[in-house]
Write a protein that binds this ligand. Structure first.
Ligand SMILES: Nc1ncnc2c1ncn2[C@@H]1O[C@H](COP(=O)(O)OP(=O)(O)O)[C@@H](O)[C@H]1O
Ligand SMILES: [Mg+2]
Length: 265
């Protein structure tokens, strides 16, 4: 953490800083349902060594969500190395992984996963409460994040009293509580209309730039990928390639991605 007075007095500054870095090497994952086995990942490789907003595209069922889950430490790979935020998560114990997930990474999904009985502020504070943080600095940090995401006026609202876009921004504020160097998002705008989706993509790009984070987003929307600096394409459980998206129109992006991803199934 930078050593200014404000952050030294902040109890949350004690959380490990980590680095904006993501690497997968030879990652494999199969799901067994009864007699059947589905190989979701067959040796996926990916490396991100610079902060920024990155995308993962690919046909439905190609393994995008599985890769994101494994990178986020929500499930274990069958084989392969995974390094996230400066730590080898494939070598961690369950307890280490739990702390890593809480403090060093953020995750958001299509569903906002907010607790319906808690206010926006309480939802954002929840990971800090679970981590035993002192209430004062925790609340200050949560309010600051809600403000950053344009939700200062919504602090005391419960999820049901907020729009989908607002709820997703609360979920992002919660994911940013510990100032993680890496944020994972799986189709975060899947339930939002196009105006709110655009706003969300611009916001994720800004967060990545201003906080020097890696933001890695699974998406099937070319308009979303156009906001990313680089897009990885998954095909049949491997990362088939990637390309820079700078200056690319959404329509060119579709052509480029489908060239790497094969026909949609
Ligand atoms: N929990 C699960 N149990 C069984 N099969 C699964 C499970 N999750 C994913 N799969 C299968 O693994 C493959 C990859 O799925 P997924 O990673 O969700 O793809 P994507 O996100 O690209 O649509 C698909 O064939 C899917 O049916
Ligand atoms: Mg998916």
């Amino acid at each position: 953490m930078p050593g200014d007075g404000a952050s030294q007095s902040d109890a949350l500054a004690a959380a490990p800083a980590g680095t904006a870095f993501v690497r997968a090497r030879g990652v494999r994952k199969a799901y067994r349902t009864g007699e059947r086995e589905v190989a979701a990942l067959r040796g996926a490789d990916l490396e991100i060594a610079e902060p920024g907003f990155y995308g993962i595209m690919g046909a439905s069922g190609s393994g995008k969500s599985t890769l994101l889950y494994l990178l986020a430490g929500l499930d274990r790979a069958d084989a392969g190395e995974i390094e996230v935020g400066g730590a080898r998560i494939d070598r961690m114990s369950e307890d280490e992984l739990t702390l890593h997930r809480r403090r060093r990474i953020g995750v958001v999904f299509q569903q906002y996963n907010l607790l319906p009985t808690l206010t926006a502020l309480e939802n954002v504070m929840l990971p800090g409460i679970l981590d035993g943080m002192a209430r004062g600095p925790l609340e200050a940090r949560a309010r600051e994040l809600l403000g950053t995401l344009g939700l200062a006026e919504r602090a005391t609202h419960r999820p049901e009293a907020m729009s989908g876009g607002e709820q997703q921004r609360v979920a992002i504020a919660r994911a940013l509580l510990f100032g993680p160097p890496v944020l994972f998002a799986d189709e975060p705008t899947g339930a939002l209309d196009s105006a709110n989706s655009e706003r969300m993509w611009r916001m994720l790009d800004e967060l990545a730039r201003e906080r020097r984070m890696v933001v890695l987003m699974v998406t099937h929307e070319p308009a979303a990928a156009a906001h990313c600096r680089h897009v990885f394409v998954i095909r049949d459980g491997v990362v088939a390639g990637g390309f820079e998206t700078k200056g690319m129109h959404a329509s060119d992006l579709v052509v480029r991605a489908s060239g790497l991803g094969g026909p949609a199934r």
